[in-house]
Design a binder for this molecule. Structure first.
Ligand code: ZN
Length: 267
């Protein structure tokens, strides 16, 4: 029999799932705050996967992705353990902001410390309670306000295992992305936890295509990790692999009218 899984002072038995309100750093007003954490601890052995959303408080597609993932039927018979955090930056979600109340970017505040800034303390708690107990991670993001991203995975493609999982996700574009200082991906990497970063849609809006591609992608990765039963007919999907990315800027002022849609190949 598998052992129980402990998180935020709770023990979850094999075959059980739990929705935990993990107490986190209080507001300046001393108002208590909590981070929602869903844990599904499978009966059978397997890897521990964390899926996190809204580390940037205005990036909401991931919250809906996790909601559909845990309420759907796809996770039946799951092996291993899933830790899903639909809202990491609860403060930013309340104020519809990417940032924390101390104006710091949570995804530049890792690994943080117990004596650090508000952002540093939250980052540190997330690292200790969630990341360090995981074998793999998927972090869900979106583009900025009024700027939509084609569903894509950003990851360290030079790492063989990460590369495999990035392709297994099954989105049109996989981008080899440099690690940013203070990011979750950097700190998780130092703990030996490969993290895929999913980027899709824009901030403050739900985008149906991005949400569906996200749910399907996580399920695909879980199949690839043997947490879920593999499909018999394996859909072969070859993403476009990008080794670099850049901005195309207009040299003139004015308004823009798109002649091409997102995802079209251009020269
Ligand atoms: Zn983001």
């Amino acid at each position: 029999m598998r052992q129980s899984f402990s998180i935020a002072g709770r023990d979850i038995k094999p075959g059980e799932s739990a929705y935990i309100e993990m107490p986190t750093v209080a507001l300046y007003t001393d108002t208590e705050m909590s981070m929602p954490v869903y844990v599904k601890h499978g009966k059978k052995d397997g890897p521990v996967l964390f899926v996190s959303a809204a580390i940037h408080g205005d990036e909401l597609n991931g919250t809906e992705i996790i909601s559909r993932l845990i309420q759907g039927k796809q996770l039946r018979g799951m092996k291993g353990t899933l830790i899903a955090v639909p809202i990491v930056n609860v403060y930013g979600v309340i104020s519809q902001s990417r940032y924390l109340p101390d104006r710091r970017d949570l995804n530049r505040s890792f690994p943080g410390s117990t004596k650090g800034s508000l952002a540093g303390r939250i980052a540190n708690q997330f690292l200790k309670e969630i990341v360090s107990k995981s074998d793999y991670g998927i972090d869900l993001h979106t583009g900025a306000i009024h700027r939509s991203n084609l569903p894509q995975i950003r990851a360290n493609l030079d790492d063989e295992r990460t590369n495999e999982l990035a392709k297994a996700f099954g989105v049109p574009v996989v981008l080899n992305a440099d690690i940013r200082d203070g990011s979750l991906r950097e700190s998780a990497g130092e703990l030996g936890v490969p993290v895929l970063l999913y980027e899709a849609g824009e901030a403050l809006r739900f985008d149906e295509l991005s949400i569906r591609a996200g749910v399907r992608g996580i399920v695909n990765v879980m199949r690839s990790l043997d947490m879920l039963t593999k499909r018999r007919s394996k859909l072969k999907y070859e993403p476009f692999i990008a080794r670099q990315s850049g901005w195309v800027r207009s040299t003139d002022s004015g308004f823009i009218r798109y002649k091409r849609t997102l995802g079209e190949l251009v020269e």
